[in-house]
Design a protein around this ligand. Sequence first.
Ligand SMILES: Cc1cc2nc3c(=O)[nH]c(=O)nc-3n(C[C@H](O)[C@H](O)[C@H](O)COP(=O)(O)OP(=O)(O)OC[C@H]3O[C@@H](n4cnc5c(N)ncnc54)[C@H](O)[C@@H]3O)c2cc1C
Length: 388
Amino acid sequence: MQSPLIASDLSSRVRAWLDAHIVPAEAVLDSEGAAATGKADELIAAARRAELWGLFYPGAWGGRIDRLTDYVPVAEEEGRSEHGPMIFGSEAVIDAHMLDRHGSAAVKERYLAPLAAGLATPAYGMSEPGSIGSIPSTIQTSAVLEDGHWRIDGRKWFICRAGRAAFVTVVARTRPDAPADDALSMIIVPTDTPGFRVERELDVFGRHQGQCEISFTNVRVPAHHVLGRPHAGMGLMRERLVLGRLVRASHWLGLGQRCFDLMVERIRSPRGELAALADKQLMRQHVFEAHLSLASARALVRAAAEDFDAGRRCDVSANLAKVAAARALNRCADSAVQVYGAEGVCAALSPLAGIYRAARAARILDGTDEALINSVGRQLVGIDVTAP
Ligand SMILES: Cc1cc2nc3c(=O)[nH]c(=O)nc-3n(C[C@H](O)[C@H](O)[C@H](O)COP(=O)(O)OP(=O)(O)OC[C@H]3O[C@@H](n4cnc5c(N)ncnc54)[C@H](O)[C@@H]3O)c2cc1C
């Protein structure tokens, strides 16, 4: 098991490496957008050489940190740049764990091995144009087992990295009339399978960052491409969401902290001194509220990570942490933009414009605020819910 000392060493190394290599390249990386080639590939290779890539992959697949509690502060540092999770390989960390835990031996060899070697990008396909993301029972994409193969038909959208992915983990309905808990399956589909198509790339607030609409028309993959047991996909979705929310929340804390640091830097800059910003109570309030949101979200993320590591049920703590981290990021990004004035809204002059837009999306992806509040609220009043 990774000792906390080594994890904290990794955390400062990630921070130093990100400041030296990723932050100066952010404008170029922004311009590459969804293509993520050239500079991104160069930085990924350099992060691998520095042994800072894939730190939280399963131990058998090259990971160096075993416990989520130890990874959270490292993930925060990875998240200080919007591009950090891609460069450090951590946007694939959930897929690595899901394949390791639930993939057949053949799936691990064919998909997890290249993923862990940095040769294959994964995507996760749950959301659909025709169904309600917050209610998985509405998923319409179908998979039928015939002649030892799943035949998959349907359409997904807002799928991160789908345009450059080697494979997609698709959530499909495998029992047409059963309740959702016994009706869904996760199935691996290589993107070079006939019938798989990237229909179009979708922007997020005008930026193209790799979210795509994809379609499956009579797509056939072997039966062993299912993760875990057939029809037990809801349980896997819950498992994936808990880990995914906590990793993403940690990255958002890092991005929020970056906004906070930029805000303080501006207040203390010659320009800020000229306007005596540090003496202004309303400026101090921005700093206070941003700090409060980060400190409280950080405590919730760490508490949820402890639940996770201890094997305790953590849907309430993970959902609280996710909502708090998304709010903290929004709070910090909004205050930092305000303190920078016009420069804060201009992507050519500051990273804040991009972060601000990413912050808004954080309240929707991986579970909308309302769905999580609803779920936590029901449990707090004693109505048990198992929906994600
Ligand atoms: C940047 C980005 C990246 C994404 N990446 C991926 C990806 O890689 N893979 C993937 O599969 N999906 C991805 N998504 C999609 C994301 O998971 C969904 O948008 C999310 O689950 C919400 O689903 P929805 O868009 O269908 O909205 P809906 O669920 O339809 O929600 C719309 C509104 O209705 C409210 N609502 C719905 N149900 C309830 C309820 N029970 N109680 C209270 N209010 C409710 C919501 O809170 C919200 O305000 C991504 C989205 C974004 C923005």
